[in-house]
Design a protein around this ligand. Sequence first.
Ligand code: DX5
Ligand code: ZN
Length: 218
Amino acid sequence: MRKPLIAPSLLSADFANLERDIRMLNESNCDWYHLDVMDGVFVPNISFGFPVMQAMARVAEKPLDVHLMIVEPEKFVPQVKALGARVMNVHQEATIHLHRLLNQIRKEGMMSGVTLNPSTPVCMVEDVLQEADVVMLMSVNPGFAGQKFIDETVEKVKRLREMIDRRNLNTLIEIDGGVSRDNAQMLVEAGVDVLVAGSAVFKAADPKKEIDILKGDR
Ligand code: DX5
Ligand code: ZN
């Protein structure tokens, strides 16, 4: 079976031991580091911002996947680029001129990512699919790690897969929230390319082994 990319979410890392946790991921078979930025406005929580991510970037040896859960993400394209991020993921619900923003992100040499909340239908990105390198579906309401996977997301994955394949695009499908060894394989079969996992990785007895299990290597 096709192997997914694994993007552990640092939101579930031990913030008092970030360097240790990132070095552990450097040695693992994970693919991207998923960094969750929250502003307390778009989501009911605040996580970390650019100074902390700059420190993480100094230790990280793999690409950064920055998930901005903030209003007006278009203001921060230069800062995300300065981090050296591979992917800049913005919420469809948080920006008015999505088409322009996705193009700006690409122009800065990053992969353009658009994220949808559970209540936002996939048709909301239909007309920007060709500008998006990644479409990320939230399978929990954003703001917190450790929530239960919303089952309806699987149908959304299938619809999005169809939309992308019909148009012969290379857009990656990423999924974020409640991903674990119990649903990883089913999600890949439905068409997911990138699995984000916070608690599944960091609460595991052996996080590196858990990453292999999420990838399908048991
Ligand atoms: C939620 C964040 C997620 C979160 C995932 O708002 O966007 O990336 O860290 O955590 P788990 O995998 O524990 O649901
Ligand atoms: Zn996230």
